[in-house]
Design a protein around this ligand. Structure first.
Ligand code: BTN
Length: 265
């Protein structure tokens, strides 16, 4: 289960992630390591592991992190962005991960808002972005992002999943019949994430929202069940200006989904 950090480094020359990769054979959670580094003052870094013993998912879930079969990586970044852009980092990372999957397998993954990667309706990847806010300079100043830890898990070479996940999870190998190199996917991911982060700081947010909307089949016209506010059903109706999903719920109210938990109905 070797992992060739140098091979990845040579493919990401010129990106903001070059020279930053730290590899572990086993670790609790790469996001936790990145958060600890950020608390200690780091503002950039990439941590990748063959295995996570306490991989974390969104909503307090665990992330199944079988040794050697998946990509488990966290990037620490500190773009100069207002805190209200935090969700945009999640959406941009979803686009970057989708691009990395397309480059390395030719699979066209769908993105379930905000950032679940799906192939043929099953989840092959997930993203956990954890942010910290900088203390405001004045009372009137806009709250700015201090740093963001961007955790990405992609199921690459899993041949099967535990029974409880089997119906909802897939891997790139299951979908294509071919093994995929963790190094290639990581290099493609870091290149596309680097591009997305530059665009986030230089382009108006609506460009990203538009690109997300035309990529994800979940943003408009999808009948969904939303697991918040006690649960409700409706039809997705686009994104608001901050990137939150809008749903025309069956009781006639247009609701804004804040935390995910969106499932097809
Ligand atoms: C989700 O619930 O869909 C998000 C899953 C995110 C998993 C990745 S694996 C690398 C990083 N470290 C973690 O503990 N979680 C993220």
């Amino acid at each position: 289960m070797s992992f060739d950090v140098n091979a990845v480094e040579s493919e990401i020359a010129g990106t903001g992630f070059c020279g930053q990769i730290v590899h572990f054979s086993s670790i609790g959670s790469t996001n936790t390591v990145a958060l600890e580094a950020a608390q200690a003052g780091a503002r950039t870094g990439v941590w990748v592991a063959d295995e996570q013993t306490a991989g974390r998912g969104r909503g307090g879930h665990q992330w199944y992190s079988k040794p050697g079969d998946g990509l488990y990586v966290s990037a620490l970044v500190a773009p100069s962005l207002p805190m209200k852009s935090a969700l945009l980092i999640s959406l941009a990372t979803g686009l970057a991960a989708r691009q990395a999957i397309a480059e390395t397998t030719e699979l066209e993954a769908d993105i379930r808002w905000p950032n679940d990667l799906l192939v043929h309706g099953r989840k092959c990847g997930g993203i956990l972005v954890e942010t910290s806010v900088a203390p405001p300079v004045t009372d009137e100043a806009e709250a700015m992002l201090r740093f963001a830890v961007i955790g990405v898990g992609i199921n690459l070479n899993h041949e099967r999943f535990p029974d409880e996940m089997a119906r909802i999870a897939t891997s790139l190998q299951v979908e294509t019949g071919q093994a995929v190199s963790r190094e290639k996917v990581l290099a493609a991911l870091l290149r596309s994430l680097d591009r997305e982060l530059i665009r986030l700081s230089t382009e108006p947010a609506d460009r990203l929202l538009h690109r997300f909307e035309i990529t994800s089949t979940w943003v408009r016209g999808k009948r969904v069940r939303v697991e918040e506010h006690g649960g409700y059903t409706g039809v997705t109706a686009g994104l608001n200006g901050s990137g939150f999903l809008l749903v025309n719920s069956d009781d006639g109210i247009r609701r804004t989904v804040l935390s995910g938990g969106v499932r097809e109905q």
